[in-house]
Design a protein around this ligand. Structure first.
Ligand code: SAM
Length: 307
C-alpha cells in the first residue's frame, strides 16, 4: 500500500507538541531525522521508529498516513488539532511502504561493542568472533522501534554494559532499561550475565518489539516490559540504563534516581555535547563518581547511587 508522507521542520522544544497533533489526526508513524542529513549515508544511519527521539539540533518531523488521505482534509484536521502550529510549511510526498519502513535494514550489519557484545541482525549469519566462548550475542530485529546499535547513544550504553560485565557487575543483577525501544540494551544485559531485565517505554510499539526480540533470543521469561505507569514503583535496580533525550532525563531525574538501589549504577545517554552540565546538575545530588564518555557529538554520563 502506498503511503502519504508529511514532512515539516521543527525544533526539539516543538517536537512533542507537533508529534501529539500528528498522532491525534491518525498518523500511522512519526519519525524524526536530522534536517540536514542530505547524504544517503546519513539517512541510512537514522533509525526509523515510532516515538523515536529528536537527536539533532535541527529536526525534520515526518509522519506517515494512509495513501488515500486527502491532503487538504489532513491540513484542516491538523489545524483543528492544534491551531497554534503553523502547518503551512508541511510538504507531502507519496512513498511505497518498503521505502519507509525497512529499506535501511538492507545495510544493517553485525556490530561489536566493547570486548564481547555483539548485535547481529536476526537474518544474518553469525560473524567470526561472535561464536567464541564468552561472546554475548543479541539477535535483533528493531522493526520500527529505535535501537539497532548503529546510533552513537546506543553504542555508548552497550559499551558501558559490556564494561560492567567485564567486572562481573551484571552477574545476577536485574537491569532496568528505561526507554527500551527495540530492547537492545535489556537484551544485551541479559546476554552479558544479568539475571533479569525490565524494559520500559512510553511507546507501545517499542514494548512489542522488545518482547519479540526477547523471544528471538530465548530470554522472554527473564524480561518484563511495561509502560512507564505500570512498572512496579517499589522496584529498586542495581543497574539502570536510560537512553532518552537530555530534556526527558532532566524531567525524569527524580523518578530514575528512585529506581536505582543504593550503591547501584546508572548510565544516561541521548545527551548532546553541551547538554551534559544541565543533566549532571539534576543527577549529582543522588549520584556520585559521575563520569563522562563521548562518541562523536554524543555524551554518556554514568554514576553510582549515593547510599
Ligand atoms: C533513543 S531511544 C533508545 C532505544 C534503546 N534503548 C537504545 O538505546 O537504542 C529512546 C526510547 O525512549 C522512549 N521514550 C522517550 N521518552 C520516554 C519517556 N518519557 N518514558 C518512557 N520512554 C520514553 C522512546 O519511545 C524510545 O523508544
Amino acid at each position: 500500500m502506498p503511503f502519504l508522507e508529511l514532512t515539516l521542520p521543527c525544533t526539539e522544544v516543538e517536537q512533542p507538541r507537533y508529534e501529539r497533533a500528528l498522532e491525534n489526526v491518525g498518523a500511522l508513524a512519526v519519525t524524526l531525522s536530522d534536517a540536514h542529513a542530505d547524504a544517503p549515508d546519513e539517512q541510512a544511519i537514522f533509525e526509523p521508529g515510532v516515538g523515536a527521539m529528536p537527536l539533532w539540533a535541527e529536526l525534520s518531523l515526518t509522519a506517515l498516513f494512509p495513501g488515500t488521505t486527502p491532503r487538504e482534509l489532513l491540513l484542516h484536521a491538523l489545524e483543528a488539532a492544534d491551531d497554534g502550529i503553523d502547518w503551512s510549511h508541511v510538504e507531502f510526498r507519496e512513498v511505497a511502504d518498503q521505502d519507509w519502513e525497512r529499506a535501511w535494514m538492507d545495510q544493517y550489519e553485525p556490530l561489536k561493542f566493547g570486548e564481547r557484545t555483539w548485535i547481529v541482525p536476526w537474518n544474518h549469519a553469525l560473524p567470526e568472533g561472535a561464536d567464541r566462548d564468552g561472546s554475548a550475542v543479541v539477535r535483533l530485529d528493531p522493526g520500527l522501534a529505535f535501537g539497532s546499535g548503529t546510533h552513537q547513544t546506543t553504542a555508548l550504553c552497550l559499551q558501558w554494559l559490556d564494561g560492567l560485565a567485564g567486572r562481573g557487575e551484571l552477574d545476577d543483577a536485574t537491569v532496568l532499561d528505561f526507554g527500551c525501544g527495540s530492547g537492545i540494551l535489556a537484551l544485551a544485559a541479559l546476554k552479558l550475565g544479568a539475571a533479569g531485565a525490565v524494559g520500559v517505554d512510553n511507546d507501545p510499539q517499542a514494548l512489542i518489539a522488545t518482547a519479540d526480540n526477547a523471544e528471538r533470543n530465548n530470554v522472554r521469561d527473564r524480561l518484563a516490559v511495561y509502560l512507564p505507569d505500570d512498572e512496579p514503583a517499589a522496584m529498586r535496580y542495581p543497574v539502570v540504563v536510560a537512553n532518552i533525550l537530555a530534556s526527558a532525563l532532566i524531567s525524569l531525574a527524580d523518578e530514575l534516581a528512585a529506581r536505582v538501589a543504593p550503591g547501584g549504577r546508572i548510565a544516561l545517554s541521548g545527551i548532546l555535547a553541551g547538554q551534559e552540565d544541565e543533566v549532571i546538575a539534576r543527577f549529582e545530588r543522588a549520584f556520585e563518581q559521575l563520569q563522562l564518555a563521548r562518541l562523536d557529538d554524543w555524551i554518556r554520563i554514568d554514576g553510582v547511587r549515593r547510599r
